[in-house]
Design a protein. Structure first.
Length: 124
């Protein structure tokens, strides 16, 4: 696992940071906008944004007295590359499961239906 992927996973392990990343998927936001949407205090939000910035997940741009944050794509591309073999493995397993279930369904449809035989000793 690369250092980038490890730093990304470590940063995203904190729920508030994951929520911040989710918010920033829609576009750049100021610290105040993020704090308001997550019902966090501004100092808490700034602390989480510093951690995300240190991990390389966000970039910050100062405009006058505001700091605007946006996602940095590179760590997510690296994460996607790291996940790709796992996704391929699971897709193959699901494909195999699908084939197996189709065979089971086909066998059930081909099997003759058995009606319960009436017992000759049972009174009617």
């Amino acid at each position: 696992m690369s250092a980038t992927v490890a730093a990304t996973l470590q940063a995203l392990a904190e729920p508030n940071r994951m929520h911040i990343v989710e918010l920033l998927r829609s576009g750049p936001l100021t610290v105040g906008e993020i704090a308001e949407q997550l019902n966090l205090l501004q100092p808490q939000t700034s602390k989480h944004l510093r951690a995300l910035n240190k991990a390389g997940l966000v970039q910050v741009q100062a405009e006058a007295n505001r700091r605007i944050y946006r996602l940095e794509p590179e760590p997510f591309v690296s994460l996607q590359g790291w996940l790709k073999p796992y996704l391929s493995m699971w897709e193959e397993r699901f494909d195999n499961l699908d084939v197996y279930l189709q065979k089971l369904q086909s066998n059930e449809q081909q099997a003759p239906s058995h009606s319960p035989k009436q017992d000759k000793h049972t009174p009617h």
